[in-house]
Ligand binder design. Structure first.
Ligand code: GSH
Length: 217
């Protein structure tokens, strides 16, 4: 069946990144169409996406005659058609992974709107604010204790949707050079996650684009 994944500008589209990453990690074949979501063309391009997608946003997966129009739904669907490789077998372990997925999908800590995905690719980074440091440290301690109890090397043991959904957040934070001495397992996990071939592929394309400078940085 023919599958088309509409993604977004690589240095500006964290939601599309998540869906793309799940599809790629699971080895699912698809044609990618990158929607330029930079202003001013963003509005016309997303209006066109609205002709096929109720949410008028990217990512959108067109699978035959079907439209899957949300990153979380695409990640879950990719996992289902990709042999269930990115969720553990045991129900409670699956629920744990899904808790991380849902937490990120619901906005996580409020850090993401303040520290944009776009800013990860700025040549000159500002210092994180004290609130951003607090949020980051809270996330690091959650991740550290999860890694400790799962035994790693990924958040809930083997690589799962929980790791993939967090990649854009990890990139936002890590690119702003946080202090990680207190969270060695988290540091190792971040380095391992960012070294994955698919992650590197998206990030190197994102780095090759002109930065998308937002006013509120
Ligand atoms: N909840 C949606 C959010 C998607 C989203 O906000 N995508 C951005 C690009 S990364 C977008 O297309 N925004 C346009 C808009 O919402 O008007 C998902 O997870 O797919």
């Amino acid at each position: 069946m023919r599958r088309i994944l509409y993604t977004g500008t690589k240095n500006a589209s964290s939601w599309a990144f998540r869906a793309w990453l799940a599809m790629r990690e699971l080895g699912i074949q698809f044609e990618e169409r990158v929607v330029d979501i930079r202003k001013p063309q963003r509005f016309e391009n997303l209006r066109r996406i609205g002709e096929i997608s109720p949410s008028t946003s990217v990512p959108v997966l067109v699978d035959g005659d079907n439209i899957i129009f949300d990153s979380l739904a695409i990640m879950e669907y990719a996992n289902e058609i990709g042999g269930d490789a990115l969720l553990p077998a045991e129900p409670l372990a699956r629920a744990r992974v899904r808790s991380f997925l849902s937490w990120q999908h619901a906005g996580l800590s409020g850090l993401c709107p303040r520290l944009s995905f776009e800013s990860a690719f700025y040549p000159n980074k500002r210092e994180m604010t004290s609130d951003e440091h607090k949020d980051t440290e809270r996330l690091f301690s959650v991740w550290e204790s999860e890694l400790k109890s799962s035994g790693g090397p990924y958040l809930c043991g083997e690589l799962s949707l929980a790791d993939l959904v967090l990649v854009p957040t990890v990139i936002r934070i890590y690119s702003h050079s946080p202090q990680l001495n207190t969270w060695p397992l988290t540091h190792q996990w971040i380095v391992k996650l960012l070294a994955r071939e698919c992650v590197e592929e998206w990030v190197s394309q994102a780095r090759s684009l002109p930065p998308v400078i937002l006013d509120n940085y």
